[in-house]
Design a protein around this ligand. Structure first.
Ligand code: GLY
Ligand code: MN
Ligand code: MN
Length: 439
């Protein structure tokens, strides 16, 4: 059976069109070895096929609506690199109407492009070589204008359809995403329970990722961020090499990829199991903001309004704590909060951790809709380094807050009536975290 996503994509394409969607290329890691292969997200969404060197041709107006070009079976290659579906598998297991060896794509391209008015192809996505191939084919068909050939006259990026579809998750996708969230949430709980002063950040990383794999995830959905002490104030800290010190906080931002879908969780907790008062000041402000934003999530709320709400709460709180000085309204106008809150409130989540889809239409922030999954992840980051604070920002930060970085991140599904927090299984109230760590 065709994936429902593919059926819907065809419906939206219209009959007089053809889509050519290539698989991701393999990426060299070093010399002649490769990174573990990950399929192109759109290709995966439509086909579920996870091998490289493949092209899907989708033509709703033809008898053969779904054609796949794939690597043929090859005993020698399979001994080295494992099983291939081959053309037989593409038809039998992936419901292609017909399949050919990938080596035959070039000679069939003219036939594929002849007839449909609209070509869906994403220039600038797969490779310059693939783009060149498409351009050469179009050019040559246009040149043969005394022959009965009709190359497409309209070229459309398939993401105009696909990425809009991907923004709204169906029931099957939500179920998978719930599992991805559960695995990651449980891994975070395990991490909280086992962290001790003297461990290394990479031990926490290894523990989380072992948990992901052990519970059926293919691995992490992005490189884990395990930042202790001042490292937590580096937004994309991934070296994860330092020792966990008694008295510091640990920021863990890690998610699992399960059946192709991502989860994305951040928790921040005290390495010795007990927050200091200064840490609580910052933590509780971020937590209050995070919860309040999660509470606002429902169909119709504009994503920019969520961000604005987070800025208001954090700025007011920072004035109370002495991190910012002045009138909150003016501080917001002048974007002074960006000294400590410099990233977005969240993002769509799905096959990509920063998932596909538009956030603005005609310059207007998009209202949330049931079926969207987004992260809500406010944070405050107070660098330990006061020697390079840009002009115009607060130079007199209360000493007790230096080197504190806190982010709290949950994955939230928009439902018909409100929202559901997919990552609810991992605690975030300070007392709950302390109780868990005391066990
Ligand atoms: N871990 C990536 C993010 O939170 O967006
Ligand atoms: Mn995130
Ligand atoms: Mn994250």
């Amino acid at each position: 059976m065709l994936k429902p996503q593919l059926v819907e994509f065809m419906r939206r394409m219209g009959k007089n069109s053809v889509a050519i969607i290539p698989a991701a290329r393999e990426a060299v890691r070093s010399h002649d070895t490769h990174y573990r292969y990950r399929q192109n997200s759109d290709f995966f969404y439509l086909t579920g096929f996870e091998e490289p060197e493949a092209i899907a041709v989708i033509a709703p107006g033809r008898d053969k609506k779904f054609t796949m070009f794939v690597r043929p079976r090859d005993l020698e290659q399979e001994i080295w690199n494992g099983y291939r579906s081959g053309v037989e598998g593409a038809v039998k297991d992936y419901s292609a109407d017909e399949a050919f060896p990938i080596g035959e794509f070039d000679e069939k391209l003219q036939e594929i492009m002849d007839g449909p008015e609209v070509l869906y192809y994403a220039f600038g996505h797969t490779s310059p070589e693939m783009d060149q191939k498409m351009i050469r084919q179009l050019t040559s068909m246009r040149e043969m204008n005394r022959k009965p050939l009709e190359p497409p006259r309209t070229i459309v990026d398939p993401s105009t359809i696909l990425h809009e579809m991907r923004v709204i998750k169906n029931e099957a996708e939500i179920e998978i995403m719930q599992t991805a969230a559960d695995i990651a949430a449980d891994a975070h709980v395990e991490a909280m329970k086992s962290v001790r002063p003297g461990m290394k950040e990479y031990e926490v990383e290894a523990m989380l990722e072992a948990y992901f794999r052990k519970h059926g995830a293919s691995g992490s959905s992005y490189t884990s961020i395990i930042g202790s002490g001042g490292n937590a104030t580096v937004l994309h800290y991934i070296s994860n090499q330092d020792e966990l010190k008694d008295g510091d906080l640990l920021l863990v931002d890690a998610g699992a990829e399960y059946q192709g879908y991502a989860s994305d969780i951040t928790r921040t907790f005290p390495i010795n199991g007990k927050f200091t008062q200064a840490q609580r000041d910052i933590y509780d402000l971020v937590l209050k903001t995070q919860k309040s934003c999660v509470d606002m999530v429902r169909p119709g709320v504009r994503l920019e309004d969520l961000k604005t709400h987070s800025i208001e709460l954090l700025t007011e709180g920072m004035v109370e704590l002495g991190l910012l000085n002045g009138d909150p309204k003016k501080l917001i106008e002048e974007k002074k909060y960006m000294q400590f809150y410099m990233h977005n409130l969240g993002h769509y989540l799905g096959i990509d951790v920063h998932d596909a889809g538009r956030y603005y239409f005609n310059g207007e922030s998009r209202p949330a809709e049931a079926g969207m999954v987004m992260t809500i992840e406010p944070g405050l980051y107070i660098s330990p380094d006061t020697s390079r604070i840009p002009e115009g920002f607060n130079q007199n930060i209360p000493e007790k807050y230096l080197g504190i970085g806190v982010r709290i991140e949950d994955d939230v599904l928009v439902t018909e009536n409100g929202s559901r927090v997919l990552t609810h299984r991992v605690p975030k109230d300070a007392e709950e975290i302390e109780a868990l760590m005391a066990k």
